[in-house]
Ligand binder design. Sequence first.
Ligand SMILES: *Cc1c(COP(=O)(O)O)cnc(C)c1O
Length: 457
Amino acid sequence: MTGDDPRRSIPRTDVLLGLPEVLDARDRLGEIRIRGIIHDVQARARRGELAPSAVGSEVVAAVRGESASSLGAVLNATGVIVHTNLGRAPLSDTAVAAVVEASGYVDVELDLASGKRSTRGVGVREALVRACPAAGDALVVNNGAAALMLACTAFAAGREVVISRGEMIEIGAGFRLTDLIVSTGVRLREVGTTNRTHLRDYADAFSPAGLSPGAGLPSGAGQYDPRSVEYHVGAILKVHPSNFRVQGFTASAGLSELRDLAHQYGVPLIVDLGSGLLHHDWALPDEPDATSALEAGADVVIASGDKLLGGPQAGILLGDKDVIARLATHPLARAVRTDKLTLAALEATLTGPQPPVTRYLHVDPERVKQRTERLAGELGVPIVECDGRVGGGGAPGVRLPGWALRLPVSVAGPLRTGDPAVLARVHADACLVDLRCIPERDDERLLTALRAQIPAS
Ligand SMILES: *Cc1c(COP(=O)(O)O)cnc(C)c1O
């Protein structure tokens, strides 16, 4: 640096830390974060990207726009209700309040009356059983994948899980349920074909001819003895293809016949629903639900907390008391235990008012049309019919009638990076803004964001 190098006039860190706006932000963001921001801005000035005289105001602007976490709120204008990339289910106000309450010290494992230790998660278990009386008990773990891992390990470690080839699914980001199952030390026993799997295919997995190579013959002729070493099947697993559909020449075995087969050999029938509906929903006629699956004979039902249930990320296991007790006391249960924030949010979702996911699913298309027309009038843009989707959470192929603003495709990018960030749907060379999954209280914020990108007409 020479004596008149302008970089010498870059404000020093202690000077910037002393700016009133920076002092204010220190309580909110913390010292480490604030220093990081200051150093970044100073570095930009050193590289000549910023005038030294602008460093102070840039730091102030940066701390103002900064939040404590790198996650930022997005207005979901895609019409996709359970949007995996946007964190799946938005929580209800009631669930948010419960999370805030639970964020301090709470009686999560303490009985205040006796002062003794209590069982964790009793409230949410009771709420699940009240919401789904077909289950005698429930267990909540980290997510659906953890629930599947726990069930397979507890019932079939070192043995086989029988699964139809039509149900070996990839759930997203390259993760395959079958890889997950195999990683637990369980062997997969694939039966049937992609489009058709019959009861007899499952039955073959239990027959001598269906034994794995080298397994030897069963004790006693013809009939298996579940206690013999040659007995290889630990469970039958039925997985709901929650993100795709096979249409046409298809067949699959029903739950009650699979239950009869499983029980004949003394093994459980595990049903992975994926979605998380506890009861049948008229808006999703083909989507399976936990109550129906348990009534049809499932021993364990696995569901997700943040798909159609509309709550926090969680894996839910439902079944009778014995089955759940076996899962809850398995050592692995401790490794997939949920935190208190999840327990609080899930219980509030189950007992409180309808969560956003349920409301968006049953939204009145006329109401969406009114709101869309109003914004269209303000902006001078057309509206078009636009179907919403359930999304990665289930019900593939179901179209939910609705409406959207039709904007030039070129605004989609600027909307994403605007404030507030808006994710619209790009389709057929247009940017479609669907209000289905936007709370009505955010309509004005959405309008402001759109106005910034749409030239006044
Ligand atoms: C989504 C899904 C899972 C995984 O659930 P997560 O809560 O995402 O871990 C498992 N099985 C099926 C059928 C699913 O659709």
